[in-house]
Design a protein around this ligand. Sequence first.
Ligand code: NDP
Length: 283
Amino acid sequence: MGANYKEELVGVFGHPVAENPTVVMQAAAFEFLHLNWRYLTIEVFPEDLEAAMNGLRALNMRGVNLTIPHKVEVLKYLDEVSPAAALMGAVNTVVRKGDRLIGENTDGKGFLRALTQDAQMDPRGKKVVVLGAGGAARAITVELALAGAERITIVNRSAERGRILTELLNSKTSASATYEPWEGTYSVPAETDILINATSIGLPPNADDKPNVATDSIRPSMLVCDVIPAPTTPFLSEAKARGSAVLDGLGMLVYQGAIGFSIWTGEEAPVEVMHQALSRALR
Ligand code: NDP
């Protein structure tokens, strides 16, 4: 066999993007499986997204992740979008198949995999309370609804965003969704099965912050989850002290990357290797 010095290229387009740690886990996975692939962290300004997507084609890149501010805008430049990503109206992963660009959203799927595999929780028939109504909340609630969650309560500071997401879930999925204004301290209904912080509260540099939820309304019967990509957060520590099972956002981040890895390479992702690499980088 002749030499092959060619690398298969994937990466992320974002702005700002310098602190995006995804390369660490993807590179670890490529190395572990001896794949001659490279993940590039690329600064793409908002006005250059179309040129960047054409560049992806020209360079024969295998695919790309999209992060802030491109997840919605990128839909214009795709040939096909998965049903779930179309529902969310946002794409975080693109794969090139021949000359076609196909969009997927792995954020909610990553959460779902962490939920079912790590927390052993089947969302079917469950009552879920979600704090937040931004991109992460949208991806998570759409996947939970598609996976059979029965009731989804959206608690959000801005009423408009909260109502838009509630309306989307009610009109496009079989889940029954309601919007709760977030005024002062939120008290979690006792019958809640899954409570999720899907806001950016607790994200560094404000890692000590926690969502304003009545501590004594959190019960041992609830699974409490956080999207903040860290091994724990003050919100989760408090829930743990109340006797609840908890699920951190690091697993979600690893699984969404693992799903992307498999979409691009066709290989099963070495999840443990990716998890270790990312934990080390975020420490
Ligand atoms: P968005 O900006 O789209 O949404 C932010 C949400 O947080 C909104 O609902 C906003 O409410 C709410 N929020 C922010 N600050 C406050 C506050 N002080 N009080 C009350 N509500 C607040 O962000 P994303 O949804 O894209 O991201 C949210 C978090 O999810 C980030 O921390 C991100 O790191 C994390 N994430 C984690 C992933 C993972 O794999 N672990 C994947 C994707 C995201 P309002 O509408 O009122 O402004």
